[in-house]
Design a protein around this ligand. Structure first.
Ligand code: AMP
Ligand code: MG
Length: 520
């Protein structure tokens, strides 16, 4: 038996529904969601689950291991109170308006109110066709599902705002994908992730009715979102809407600053992949920075223009917020509050970036000079190909006497570049040592603060790929091992050192490690 969950399906209850039920492909106008059920799969089986998320929702371990759990979260059964639907939204993809997109393979099951009174929407990804599947099958492959499952939870434990993942379920069915869009389709194992968030509303949910001139619908969605997802905001009318947009801008800025702090590259920052709550959403061809490189993107689809490269994420967020502002404009009497919101984004990002600098370098505050200090380090790290995570963690562990180039050898990928960079690194470390002397704190205080901002473990691309390779061969143990390590990313974990290593040579140009396509 599963616990009796309390559902409060506000989204489908309060917002206009598509009159048609089922997955027939269609343009859906005048409605924000379409009723559609998951398509059953042949053999749903639990591969992994998040113990924290299960507990938050009220499942005990026995219940999670039951066949009914696999049936429900594999799309073969519905619990009392579930009302499955796909949301209707549009979006700007790679800078261009793409029209109606919608949940092409995500099906929301309902909104749970848990014992603590929190709202958690449950959503299956890969649960079969919806009216928004366009030419695709509504399914997801095991490799991308492992990546979404592990990264959602890893990000959460890193303190980065994110959608969560409850479960990873094997479907027992194959899915055909042409991974590199080069005419070599192949059958791969299929899977379904149940992802969880207080809200899955995206920028694109507002953009679509706005683009169609459905202003009443747009207003309805705005009022609903403020009421359900931002209950802490007070006031009314235009000033409430202005506060709300400002809050979205500030949250988005903070989210991006977290990405920059931990070295996360989303890879597909289209406006349909931007959460209104400022959560990291839609884990596709994302990647983690190994050697520090602001120009790096894991997404092969974006190889040419690198629109979504690591260093450009703050600017892209701003561009996306400007799209949202434009979509919201019909619900505002003047555009000033929207401009003020965008300004708030710029300021919030600047503040968060400075907080990152102070935290990552272990300074009591970030002064103007410290911005240049960090900039100098970034340039050094980029030219010398220094591993971002290892460098900052080593810096976090160092005493003043350790601030010598030799101490950082493990962070280099290239011996020649290491030797060439040694004088510059020596200079930078000397500059840093002088700066530390200005701060009234003990070395131990500094190290403790730095270790809380500089993770030892991140979900490096090659680690996830190893778990995927093994799982495709029938050994799922590495998924569990990674999930466990990533629960405590800021702790040194004796015995788990190999998960903190720099990228091995085999992974440098390996598909899935440094190159990912959108095919998933
Ligand atoms: P993404 O770039 O992954 O956010 O996907 C963009 C759009 O394509 C979204 O509307 C997805 O729902 C849709 N989509 C991606 N993969 C599939 C699939 N296998 N089946 C149906 N729709 C998909
Ligand atoms: Mg998406």
């Amino acid at each position: 038996m599963l616990p009796r969950l309390h559902f409060d399906n506000a989204f489908v209850r309060e917002l206009p529904a598509d009159a048609e039920t089922g997955p027939r492909l269609r343009e859906v106008r005048g409605a924000l969601h379409s009723p559609v059920s998951p398509t059953p799969v042949s053999a749903p089986r639990l591969i992994a689950h998040s113990a924290e998320m299960a507990e938050t929702l009220g499942f005990d371990e026995d219940q999670v291991k039951s066949q009914l759990f696999a049936d429900v979260f594999g799309g073969n059964a519905l619990l009392t109170g579930m009302q499955p639907f796909a949301a209707n939204y549009g979006g700007h993809q790679f800078g261009h308006w793409a029209g109606q997109l919608g949940d092409g393979r995500a099906i929301s099951l309902g909104e749970v109110i848990n014992a603590a009174g929190q709202r958690w929407e449950l959503q299956l990804k890969g649960a079969g066709p919806t009216p928004y599947s366009r030419s695709a099958d509504g399914r997801a492959v095991l490799r991308s599902s492992i990546r979404e499952f592990l990264c959602s939870e890893a990000m959460h434990h890193l303190g980065v705002p994110t959608t969560r993942a409850l479960s990873l379920i094997a479907t027992g069915e194959d899915v055909v994908r042409d991974m590199f869009y080069d005419g070599h389709p192949a059958a791969e194992k299929g899977a379904i992730v149940c992802r969880v968030a207080p809200s899955f509303i995206r920028f694109g949910n507002f953009e679509l009715p706005a683009a169609r001139g459905e202003t009443a619908l747009l207003r309805q969605l705005i009022d609903f979102t403020i009421r359900r997802d931002f209950p802490e905001l007070r006031g009314e009318g235009e000033s409430l809407r202005a506060d709300w947009f400002g809050e979205i801008c500030a949250r988005t800025a903070r989210m991006i600053a977290h990405w920059m702090r931990v070295g996360f590259v989303h890879g597909v920052m289209n406006t349909d992949n931007m959460s209104i709550l400022g959560l990291t959403i839609d884990y596709g061809p994302y990647g983690w920075i190994d050697n520090f490189d602001p120009d790096w993107t894991p997404n092969t689809t974006d190889r040419q223009h690198r629109r979504y490269r690591f260093g450009q994420q703050p600017q892209v967020a701003h561009w996306n917020l400007a799209c949202l502002a434009q979509a919201l404009a019909p619900a505002f009497d003047s555009i000033e509050p929207l401009q003020a919101g965008l300004q708030r984004h710029a300021e919030a990002y600047l503040a968060a970036d400075r907080a990152n600098i102070a935290a990552k370098l272990g300074l009591l505050e970030c002064r103007d000079d410290d911005v240049a200090l960090m900039q100098g380090l970034h340039e050094l790290m980029a030219t010398a190909e220094i591993d971002m995570t290892i460098f900052f963690r080593t810096l976090s562990d160092s005493s003043a006497a350790d601030l010598v180039p030799y101490f950082f050898s493990a962070a280099f990928y290239d011996e020649t570049k290491r030797q060439q960079a040694t004088p510059a690194l020596q200079d930078w470390l000397a500059r840093y040592r002088r700066r530390l002397a200005d701060d009234a704190q003990s070395a131990e205080q500094r190290r403790t603060r730095m270790r809380a901002a500089n993770p030892r473990y991140v979900l490096r691309n090659w680690l996830a790929q190893q778990a995927i390779d093994k799982a495709n061969d029938g050994d799922e143990s590495e998924i569990h091992a990674l999930l466990e390590v990533m629960r405590r990313p800021y702790d040194d974990q004796p015995g788990n050192e190999r998960y903190a290593q720099r990228r091995p040579d085999w992974a440098r140009n390996r598909a899935g490690c440094s190159m990912l396509s959108c095919s998933s």
